[in-house]
Ligand binder design. Sequence first.
Ligand SMILES: [Zn+2]
Ligand SMILES: [Zn+2]
Length: 341
Amino acid sequence: MRAIRFEADGTIRFTDVARPDPGPDEVLVQVLAAGVCRTDLHLLHEVQSGRRDPLVPGHEIAGRITQVGREVFMGSPGDVVGVHYEQPCGWCRHCRRKRTNLCQRGRSLGFDAQGGYAEFVVARQSTVLPLPPDLDPVDAATLGCSGATAYHVVATLGEAEEDSTVVVVGAGGVGLAAIQVARAQQARVLAIDPREAARKAALDAGATAAAAPDEAARALREMAGEEGADVVADFVGTRESLERGRALLGYGGRLVVVAEGEGTQDPMPVTAANLVEGGRAYLGSYSSTIADFARAIALAESGLLRPLVTRREPLSKAPSVLGDLEAGKIIGRAVLLPGTP
Ligand SMILES: [Zn+2]
Ligand SMILES: [Zn+2]
């Protein structure tokens, strides 16, 4: 089958690889759409520098089941599904507590198992979800990464609910999804971003207000008085953004950090008083679970979460799409269509 491989010399090769066979508990999925993510660029650089083995990338996948293993009962050939890239082991301590995002014994499609930049991919039956008939697989593909992550941050870890005040720091792709998730939870949302275009996109996505970083404290007071934020979701992850986010937290507030930005090596001093006073929580968000993915799909089905796909290309165009992504030429999301010649 045709696939894209990241090679050790740094090339992105459109090539033939063996078609995978599904194991007893796995399904074979013909890939209809594979989202192109900034993480893929990081992976390419890791392969290039020898820190990671060559691989077939692609962790945002939607497709059609064409074959099932003998123990599969949750899917049939013909089903159109979203594939979650995390392939948890299913029996470790974290998996048994449904924190499959923290499984250390599983694999991840597009990272250490063959991903979706290919005509076919295999996945465990418990990691695919049937898609609603009116949700385009192209849109659904991106929900496995940005949509599920946004849900994990805002709802699962942040516990945003009706009447919460949520601050979203960084209105890039995942930040915009987080704004929509927070609105779907019926929370108020303040978006913080230094870029005017990003603030406008945040308002278009439903943010109650948007402010530049140095205006954040004033904007939050206008929204929530002296109460502060219930959730601060930090998609920037610099020392500056962490300290600002911490200062915005109200009593019982939760700071959820998603990204590791530049300068994260600089330590942020935290005293016991910072944690005890007002019962604040500082949390790190890692990946997402199939339950988060299911919620993201449901929100997309009801129109509350709108994936921003702006470009569709055949698989062979992956090198130029990744080049454009690196050059900052892609606004929104690009998706590869392995079924298109
Ligand atoms: Zn991604
Ligand atoms: Zn596990």
